[in-house]
Design a protein around this ligand. Structure first.
Ligand SMILES: *[C@@H]1O[C@H](CO)[C@@H](O)[C@H](O)[C@H]1NC(C)=O
Ligand SMILES: *[C@@H]1O[C@H](CO)[C@@H](O)[C@H](O)[C@H]1NC(C)=O
Ligand SMILES: *[C@@H]1O[C@H](CO)[C@@H](O)[C@H](O)[C@H]1NC(C)=O
Ligand SMILES: *[C@@H]1O[C@H](CO)[C@@H](O)[C@H](O)[C@H]1NC(C)=O
Ligand SMILES: *[C@@H]1O[C@H](CO)[C@@H](O)[C@H](O)[C@H]1NC(C)=O
Ligand SMILES: *[C@@H]1O[C@H](CO)[C@@H](O)[C@H](O)[C@H]1NC(C)=O
Ligand SMILES: *[C@@H]1O[C@H](CO)[C@@H](O)[C@H](O)[C@H]1NC(C)=O
Ligand SMILES: *[C@@H]1O[C@H](CO)[C@@H](O)[C@H](O)[C@H]1NC(C)=O
Ligand SMILES: *[C@@H]1O[C@H](CO)[C@@H](O)[C@H](O)[C@H]1NC(C)=O
Ligand SMILES: *[C@@H]1O[C@H](CO)[C@@H](O)[C@H](O)[C@H]1NC(C)=O
Length: 877
């Protein structure tokens, strides 16, 4: 008694502890320190599991249940960064209930032996580098409620047996190489609250059975190849708080009930094709993150948005119109790039904010210049007649004291000197909305976006000491990054982009799971979709340079790297993604000596013809040796690839109203890309064709050819049997249209005077000379005629369909004729023997020139007959 009275507080606690332990043991569940040893079968199972995972369990007398850690060794490293819990006991032994082996870079397979841990509830293998597939055996583990195999690099399909988990609440398969479609059995997992399928290669549509997952609070399906429309049942998951659908592959429309979910506080949808829709009605006023990017959304931004307590608002690359009426200070981050917002920007809106991005819009400049602030991005925010004056917020920057022919940037770093060229550093260490106008030089940079789910600002500039100087620093961006040049002399430029993957370092094996994917735009045109540095360079830490041609017409150049929601977002840590670039080098293309100066007389055109022929021959003789080196190696694949859906959307599903004509290779449609670029889409006859890769290569080479008198090929689309070419759009249709408008073709309002006819003729000659003699690959057109010459707004002639005759030939091998070309334009010896010489083109051009002169395409016309005789004489030489 006396002793009890003197018992101090500590001892009393001990006693209570002991007592309660005894009590709890009776019920089988112990909620704190384990006294029972791990069951020998479980210890054995752990050993097998470790082996399958590519590690060994370091034999120790320690009971992992006691220490809460497994001591695992992989290669030579003993690792302890894991946790194990054994919260179940039968009174004699305890059993493993939770196993977390995160960020350990284990390199084995997922262990089917896991089922031997009979009472396991949680398995977490986040960030390892495993191979093999999801074991279907696991499905028999009735206590399992948490599975994460996020970022482990596994492949294969989801076994349909996985619909049998009795009690699963959390399932993350994110950032793997999983493929196939989602089994409908997954709809049986009715207890699921979190389901993450992002960053895999899943296909097909989402099964209807998923409608049963009514307890979902978090659903992520970004970066997949799903098809079909966004299922309406998502709008019935009333507990949904977070929905992520960046580049999922699904199409719009998005059912309004989804936006109206009352608990939704994190909504991220991007890069989805679908019909136009107005800004949706959101119900939850406490929403934190709203990303509706590149969705073909139109209408205006409703004012209620400004009263919500948003932290992040990203409405970039839509077709939003109207004015901004706001003076509130939320959201913290606002990104409105790439819309058609107009009116003046309220002063209060500008002055109260950081992280405001209004670039690429149609605002009107108010009389006083907005104050220039580094976190307010006003690049190309304002409409203007001239691109230069639209660049910045104030017109004062538009007068160029001199014009430049190059610029070189070391992205994210300091000035470096490489072979007498200074790569100027871009040292801005800002984040959010960056506007860095390098006043001393002729280039600048903007960046927009916030690395969501990550609090540090360490993704904007990166460095890696081990790299060559130019690649030891780089700039990244969570949304897009634009480098622009201004006060540039107009003309052709070579744009070299330098990349090296320095973030996904190979030393940590799980980093190999990381995928970085982004799109490259130059002058607003998509030049490379889904660019992947690591793939292009064949590894990390390796430099890769990609070179593009660009034409500067209004003294400005715009290079934009855009994150279209693809690639992993949890390597090396959660919340890391987006484009990365090491350096940029832009220089004016050295002009090849201009070769054709033809004096055209009063009758002019016939003379023009003879002159060009003479010049062709002269040049051919001079450069015969050059032509033998048909070295294509230096030529980069410049093709932009478009998806079929993109083109379908651009042309309103190939609406006949958009049909421009029917060419020798298929129908041509007018279209408009989501960024506003007007294009012409040529749908090649969809015969099954072997070797699409070859086709893409061919197109790649052709699209590398740029000349003022060639129609620019933006890129192509190869999907299934669909082969489409995307060209720049020519306002004035084809030459035949202008010349022979009376002959059944639609009436043309064009009047071609003599000077214009001469200009057209010389233009064609220049284009041909380029194809034959000056370009990196020599091309004989083989089908020069009035319908293959297009006219732009200023009636400049541009040759189209170059390089296609060969494709056609391959396509038609089963048909008797090997000859591409059109009767009447064909040189006699070509028609007979199908010889592939430039002469054939020159001959056709001759016939065409006579047509241009006479305005007739009647084969019996006298002028033509005479002209052809003349040609035959000339071709004798
Ligand atoms: C196991 O018990 C510990 C100690 O009470 C507790 O912190 C942990 O959350 C439990 N783990 C599981 C998986 O129940
Ligand atoms: C691992 O151990 C082997 C042999 O014990 C040794 O040759 C190798 O260099 C070690 N590797 C590392 C990374 O320490
Ligand atoms: C241990 O894992 C945590 C994540 O679970 C990670 O943040 C940490 O960097 C890891 N530590 C080591 C030494 O790998
Ligand atoms: C299912 O999960 C609930 C809640 O986590 C738990 O109480 C129950 O015991 C679990 N059922 C089985 C069979 O493990
Ligand atoms: C859904 O959640 C509610 C409340 O959290 C719970 O009562 C119910 O059992 C859950 N449904 C299923 C199928 O797990
Ligand atoms: C969706 O994809 C699946 C599998 O790739 C395919 O079988 C199906 O035809 C596609 N459906 C549509 C509407 O494109
Ligand atoms: C915003 O504007 C409203 C009316 O337009 C006004 O009542 C309110 O005081 C303004 N708030 C701020 C912060 O300027
Ligand atoms: C903004 O655009 C809308 C239509 O998109 C138009 O009605 C309105 O007049 C424009 N406002 C200004 C200030 O230009
Ligand atoms: C908006 O700006 C873009 C780019 O400057 C321009 O092409 C477009 O015509 C403008 N639209 C309107 C409605 O002003
Ligand atoms: C890429 O690198 C691997 C080794 O890292 C090599 O085996 C392979 O041949 C390389 N591929 C190309 C196309 O260079």
């Amino acid at each position: 008694m006396l002793m009890m009275m003197h018992m101090n507080q500590q001892m009393r606690l001990c006693l209570i502890l002991l007592l309660s332990l005894v009590t709890f043991s009776c019920f089988g569940q112990v909620t704190f320190a384990q006294l029972q040893p791990l069951h020998p079968n479980e210890a054995d199972a752990l050993r097998q599991i470790a082996t399958t995972l590519g590690a060994t369990l370091v034999d120790s007398t320690d009971d992992p249940c006691q220490s809460g850690k497994l001591s695992i060794s992989t290669a030579n490293l003993t690792k302890y960064n894991n946790s194990i819990a054994c919260n179940y006991t039968d009174g004699t032994f305890s059993y493993v209930t939770s196993l977390k082996l995160k960020s350990m870079s284990l390199q084995g397979r997922l262990p089917p032996e896991l089922i031997k841990l009979t009472f396991l509830q949680e398995i977490d293998l986040y960030q390892n580098y495993l191979s093999g597939e999801l074991p279907k055996e696991w499905a028999s583990m009735q206590h399992l409620n948490f599975i994460s195999v996020t970022a482990t690099g596994i492949s294969g399909e989801i076994p349909k047996e996985w619909g049998n988990f009795a009690n699963l609440t959390y399932l993350s398969l994110e950032a793997n190489q999983l493929s196939g479609s989602i089994p409908e059995e997954l709809g049986n997992l009715v207890s699921l609250t979190e389901l993450a399928l992002s960053s895999n290669q899943f296909v097909g549509s989402l099964p209807k059975t998923l409608a049963n997952l009514a307890n979902l609070t978090d659903f992520r399906i970004s970066d997949n190849n799903f098809n079909g429309t966004v299922p309406e049942f998502i709008g019935r998951w009333s507990k949904l708080q977070r929905l992520e659908m960046y580049s999922s592959g699904l199409e719009g429309p998005i059912n309004p009930t989804i936006f109206a979910l009352g608990s939704l506080n994190d909504l991220r949808i991007s890069d989805m094709i679908g019909p136009k829709f107005d800004f949706p009605k959101l119900i939850n006023k406490n929403m934190e993150h709203l990303v509706l990017r590149n969705l073909n959304m139109s209408g205006s931004i409703p004012t209620y948005i400004w009263d919500m307590e948003l932290k992040m608002l990203d409405l970039t690359f839509n077709n939003l119109k109207g004015e901004i009426n706001s003076n509130t200070t939320s959201p913290t981050y606002i990104f409105l790039s790439g819309n058609m917002l107009n009116g003046t920007i309220p002063d209060s809106f500008l002055s109260t904010r950081k992280n405001l991005d209004l670039s690429y819009n149609n605002f009107t400049l108010s009389t006083n210049c907005p104050e220039s602030r580094s976190n307010v991005n006003l690049y190309r925010s304002f409409t203007s007649k001239n691109k230069m004056s639209g660049l910045f917020s104030c017109p004062s920057t538009t007068n160029c004291s001199n014009y430049f022919r190059s610029f070189h940037i070391n992205c994210g770093g300091k000035d470096v000197l490489i072979k007498q060229t200074t790569y100027e550093g871009d040292r801005n260490d800002g984040n959010g909305a960056i506007l860095d106008y390098n006043g001393k030089s002729n280039w600048g940079m903007i960046s927009a976006g916030d690395f969501m789910d990550h609090n540090e600002n360490d993704g904007y500039t990166l460095s890696a000491d081990t790299q060559p100087e130019l690649y030891s620093t780089a700039r990244g961006s969570p949304l897009f990054l634009t480098y622009y040049g201004y006060c540039l002399e107009n003309g052709n430029y070579k744009v070299s982009l330098h990349f090296a993957e320095i973030k996904f370092r190979d030393e940590e094996p799980y980093n190999r799971v990381g995928r970085r994917v982004f799109d490259i735009y130059i002058q607003g045109i998509l030049r490379w979709k889904d660019f992947n540095i690591k793939e292009q360079a064949n590894g990390t830490g390796k430099a890769i340079i990609r070179t593009f041609n660009a034409i500067v017409t209004e003294n400005t150049l715009d290079i934009r790297l855009y994150w279209a929601g693809k690639g992993t977002t949890c390597i090396p840590y959660r919340g890391y993604y987006g484009p990365l670039i090491s350096a940029i080098s832009v220089s004016h293309e050295a002009k090849k000596p201009s070769i054709i100066y033809i004096v055209v007389g009063v009758v002019g055109l016939v003379l023009c013809l003879i002159f060009s022929i003479i010049v062709f021959f002269f040049w051919r003789r001079n450069s015969k040796h050059k032509r033998r080196r048909r070295d294509l190696k230096g030529l980069d694949l410049l093709t932009g690839t478009f998806t079929f859906r993109q083109l379908k959307a651009a042309t309103d599903n190939f609406d006949s109203a958009n049909k421009l004509g029917e060419g020798g290779f298929g129908s041509v449609y007018k279209g408009q890309l989501s960024d506003g670029t007007v294009i012409a889409v040529k749908q090649l006859s969809s015969k099954s064709r072997q070797g699409n890769r070859e086709f893409v290569n061919e197109i790649g080479m052709i699209s590398g050819l740029q000349h003022p008198n060639l129609v620019k090929l933006y890129g192509c689309c190869v999907e299934g049997s669909q082969l489409l070419l995307v060209y720049e759009y020519m306002e004035n249709n084809c030459l035949a249209h202008a010349l022979f408008c009376k002959q059944g073709l639609e009436t043309s309002t064009l009047k071609l005077d003599w000077e214009t006819r001469q200009k057209i003729c010389v233009g064609i000659a220049r284009g041909l000379a380029f194809l034959h003699e000056e370009s990196t690959i020599k091309i004989v057109h083989r089908d020069i005629k009035a319908t293959n010459v297009l006219l732009d707004r200023q009636l400049n002639a541009k040759i189209s369909d170059f390089g296609l005759a060969k494709l056609k030939e391959e396509d038609d091998t089963h048909i008797s004729t090997r000859v591409a070309g059109t009767v009447g334009y064909m040189a006699p010896e070509y028609a007979l023997w199908g010889h592939l010489t430039e002469k054939a083109d020159v001959y056709s051009f001759g016939v065409l020139a006579l047509e241009i002169a006479s305005g007739r395409n009647n084969a019996n016309s006298r002028a033509k007959k005479e002209g052809v005789c003349l040609l035959e004489v000339i071709l004798q030489f």
